[in-house]
Design a protein around this ligand. Structure first.
Ligand SMILES: O=C(O)c1cc(C(=O)O)c2c(n1)C(=O)C(=O)c1cc(C(=O)O)[nH]c1-2
Length: 228
């Protein structure tokens, strides 16, 4: 997707919703209630690797960012996932989701279910944030513009189609319904303020494309590991 005279920068970013992983066949089947318990557990166990690396990705952005005001707001993402204390935060909430789905904490944390493609996709995202200019790394987080719709759909689907998962385990998704819009509003603010030239806008768009590929590859790897 390229920026043209007719489409503004922000419209071009938003148009990436067409490449978001909500349209991946595995997610489509998940939301239609068609996944077996083993497939759903495989997804939960593998997606944990994404969750546990988000704070490391955000720490890389902080390390590369010279702007104190951006850092002051961005740092909250790390506590959202890590929690301020043991037993709190998004990573803990994801482990509880695993338990609600029948996975022990140990088997999620020791990566015994982790498939190579997911490890590669997550590693690529963290490396991108470490090695690319920080504004591009911020732009790559903008897939979160599209996440709330998928979270809402997922919550409804889990309650309707997968009643064997204790609904208390879905707290992670409920929290993201609030956190994702706040986070991506800030990210969009940073990107529009810092990307004024056509060239920097094109780089931000490329960063978002890259991230869509990361998420899609991750789902491809899960789909392949837990076939129908
Ligand atoms: O379940 C999902 O579909 C989904 C997608 C995304 C995303 O679009 O990157 C994130 C999350 N969840 C999520 O839970 C999360 O904490 C998160 C952080 C980020 C990011 O790039 O900084 N994306 C996402």
């Amino acid at each position: 997707m390229t920026i043209t005279a007719e489409t503004t920068f922000v419209e071009t970013l938003r148009a990436h919703s067409r490449r978001y992983h909500d349209q991946h066949p595995f997610h489509v089947r998940m939301n239609a209630g068609l996944l077996s318990p083993a497939q759903l557990r495989g997804w939960v166990a593998n997606r944990f690797h994404y969750q546990e690396n988000i704070p490391r990705k955000d720490a890389a952005i902080l390390a590369n960012c010279p702007d104190v005001e951006v850092r002051r707001r961005w740092i909250r993402r790390i506590t959202d996932h890590d929690g301020a204390h043991a037993g709190e935060g998004g990573i803990e909430a994801w482990l509880r989701l695993g338990e609600a789905a029948g996975l022990s904490r140990e088997e999620v944390q020791d990566h015994r279910h982790l498939v190579p493609g997911v490890r590669f996709a997550v590693g690529a995202y963290v490396t991108f944030a470490r090695t690319r200019p920080w504004v591009e790394a911020v732009a790559s987080s903008l897939t979160e513009l599209f996440a709330p719709d998928l979270m809402a759909q997922r919550l409804a689907a889990f309650e309707r189609w997968y009643p064997w998962i204790d609904p208390a385990g879905l707290a992670y998704f409920r929290a993201r319904l609030e956190q994702a819009p706040r986070d991506c509003e800030h990210a969009l603010e940073v990107v529009t303020e810092h990307c004024r030239s056509a060239e920097s806008q094109a780089r931000a768009v490329d960063a978002l494309s890259f991230k869509c590929d990361v998420l899609w590859s991750l789902m491809d790897a899960i789909d392949r590991a837990y076939p129908e």
